[in-house]
Design a protein around this ligand. Sequence first.
Ligand code: AMP
Ligand code: MN
Ligand code: MN
Ligand code: MN
Length: 279
Amino acid sequence: MKPLNADLHCHSTVSDGLLTPAELVRRARDNGVELLALTDHDELGGLAEARATADEIGLRFVDGVEISISWGDDQTVHIIGLGIDPAHVDLLDGLQRVRSGRDARAGRMAAELDKVGIHGAYEGALRHAGNPALVSRSHFARYIVEQGHVKDVKSVFDYWLAKGKPGYVEHSWATLEDSLRWILGAGGTAVIAHPGRYRLSKSERQELFVAFKDLGGRGIEVLSGSMKEEEVREFSGIARSFGFLASRGSDFHGPGESWIDLGKMPDLPADLTPVWSQL
Ligand code: AMP
Ligand code: MN
Ligand code: MN
Ligand code: MN
């Protein structure tokens, strides 16, 4: 049987994506996606529009979210919730609290960037974000490219915004416990996003997986836009040894700004249980 083309991780203008929820859903369908989840950062505001569009064009749709958490020694980890109830009050309240820190963080980032010659970044990033509660490093990156400092968003992260670079500031997001409580409370399934992107040692990574599983986490992204083949093998192995469900998501943010387009990843290894079999 042909594997389902599921894409369970992407972003709209409601967080740091470039397409509206409706545009995103149509593009997914045009790319051959058969099951789509919208997973904006810490925000559910795009789900109604995405679902309405998906219903209109006959695409299967899953309500999702990508929650920012702090883990260990100032590491940021992302936990995806799939099949959540978008009206669940604890989830909505929790996410609102997570978002409420973004504006002040952006001010601190802009102050650091100013010291290294990038001026006006708070106002510039806010212009791209539209909403201070959603302002992210992606919006800073777009402003910095627009100002002509470097040619693309990826270079902005390499020079200024990645951990350890001059525009990076520490920040406290939700805890792992919070994210699992909100997702499970809202009837969803929790999945570790892009496990290869965290700067964790093998043993720290193992600790994260153990803690996540102990708290009721069930899935891991085995295929993510930015993953190399050897990482797919590594995280397939983790899925097998922990008994995790396997997820597949592009992490698409917009044309020209993402590793891979909606639905364009390889298939999951055939022996893994896809997370969508449980949604
Ligand atoms: P924030 O939530 O404000 O910390 O921003 C994180 C977002 O920045 C991620 O969701 C990605 O969209 C983007 N991002 C992080 N690292 C990179 C990178 N190296 N290249 C391009 N985009 C990145
Ligand atoms: Mn993002
Ligand atoms: Mn992420
Ligand atoms: Mn993402």
